[in-house]
Design a protein around this ligand. Structure first.
Ligand code: NDP
Ligand code: MG
Length: 411
């Protein structure tokens, strides 16, 4: 019997999960246009490495940053995007008339970014702006029916129900970049939704996994992550394990899983990126060295797998994998994540906003390390919970939670 050839690659109608999507047969002239939101950040830079190593399969149509004008223009000179977007108008005003490389145009402000991600030349959007600021452009991309490679977990933590509804209504595809969720996404291909018993997110445990007391932790110590190199905000989130709390909420929405099916295990080597346990007792895991280029590439090329620049495991060198339960006393943030994932509604948005403000205060030397989880617990407990909030409700509670933290810090 003759086998059916895979359907031609169609950027405007991305293949649903599991359907062959022949990215590897496209020529350079048909490169997929990628909008890299947050291109000057840790994920943004890794994305550009993946694109540069793709042999012309992908082309950066748009690069966006907030204030890092110098690095952004340097990226534009190397990668030749059609658009350079600076979301901070004051930073954009420092760009001289001759600073843009030939062929690139400048756009300024978050509204311009929302418009440009909708362009027909954009086939994939990499959402890698840090924090709540990443929500609006991700919503714009989903509203336009784009395929979004989502690094900005805050989008789902804040507005998971709304975001997933919008994606379904518009036929948009949301693919995880977060390594745990990429691993889960890959492992879920081994069974059906009703065969899933548990999803187990791995956590490195951060720099303080074995430290007895977290009193007196300094900024320098908290920024020294043992296995991953990331932006400062998520590095602090890893040290408090609030990152795992946010990821529990992210998984709850992305995979439509009840909170009781989600678990966290500490795995210091960061090689097993997460696991799915099925009804027959099989646990399917995804393993690779801690290198974000792999999940970024998977989200760009899905459902195909491509050769790429990510580091590889070498079993000849020997490999040890350890697992242990998280310590709920030293890392209370994990419980907050379980709680917010179970409650849904406004809980994620409030936890995220309180944490973002608290991490900002810690980075500015205005808050103790242990104060971050403390203030988040108080703000989460004290907020006027709503089960089915609108975007306006979410924005209002986000602002309220931030103000609560500011008040707490100043007292
Ligand atoms: P970085 O801090 O390294 O980079 C943040 C990027 O966002 C920069 O390009 C920055 O521009 C831009 N940005 C900051 N504020 C704004 C704003 N108000 N409006 C528009 N753009 C803004 O962050 P990471 O790359 O580490 O993280 C990005 C996202 O990916 C986060 O949501 C994080 O949780 C997630 N993630 C990151 C991982 C990692 O390994 N780093 C792993 C998994 C998820 P500028 O340089 O001009 O300030
Ligand atoms: Mg992660």
């Amino acid at each position: 019997m003759a086998s059916t050839p895979p359907p031609p690659f169609s950027p405007s109608a991305p293949a649903p999960l599991g359907r062959p999507d022949d990215a590897s047969s496209r020529g350079p002239s048909q490169a997929l246009g990628v909008a890299v939101l947050g291109s000057t950040g840790s994920i943004g830079k890794s994305t550009l490495e993946v694109i540069a190593a793709s042999g012309g399969l992908f082309h950066p149509h748009l690069l966006a940053a907030h204030t890092s004008v110098g690095p952004l223009l340097e990226q534009a000179r190397i990668h030749r995007p059609a658009w350079v977007v600076v979301t901070d108008p004051a930073a954009a005003a420092t760009i001289g008339a001759t600073a843009l490389p030939a062929g690139a145009r400048l756009a300024v402000g978050p509204e311009a970014l929302d418009d440009l991600v909708r362009a027909p030349e954009v086939d994939r959007v990499v959402s890698a702006i840090v924090g709540a600021a990443g929500l609006r452009s991700t919503l714009a991309a989903l509203d336009a029916g784009k395929t979004v490679a989502l690094a900005n977990k805050e989008t789902l933590v804040m507005a998971g129900a709304l975001v997933m509804r919008l994606a379904a209504e518009r036929g948009a595809v949301l693919l995880p970049v977060d390594s745990e969720h990429s691993a889960i996404h890959q492992a879920l291909r081994s069974g059906t939704a009703d065969e899933v018993v548990r999803v187990i997110l791995t956590a490195s445990g951060g720099p303080f996994r074995t430290r007895e007391s977290l009193e007196g932790v300094t900024l320098e110590e908290a920024l020294r992550h043992p296995t991953w190199s990331m932006g400062p905000k998520i590095t602090i989130d890893s040290a408090t394990m609030m990152n795992k709390a946010l990821e529990l909420i992210e998984a709850r929405w992305l995979f439509d899983l009840p909170a009781e099916k989600l678990a966290v295990v500490v795995h210091p080597q960061s090689v097993v990126h997460s696991m799915v346990e099925f009804v027959d007792g099989s646990v399917i895991a995804q393993l690779s060295p801690p290198d974000m280029k792999l999940p970024i590439q998977y989200a760009l090329s899905h459902p195909r797998r491509l050769d790429g620049p990510a580091r590889r495991l070498d079993f000849r060198l020997g490999l040890r994998l350890d697992f242990e339960p998280p310590d709920p006393v030293r890392f209370p943030a994990v419980r907050l994540g379980h709680e917010a994932a179970a409650r849904g509604g406004t809980a994620g948005a409030v936890l995220n906003a309180a944490n973002e403000e608290a991490v900002g205060a810690f980075l500015a030397g205005k808050m103790r390390f242990t104060g971050i989880a403390d203030v988040c617990a108080r703000v989460l407990d004290g907020h006027a919970y709503q089960a089915d909030p609108s975007l306006d409700d979410i924005r209002r509670l986000d602002a309220w939670a931030r103000q609560e933290v500011v008040t707490w810090v100043s007292s």
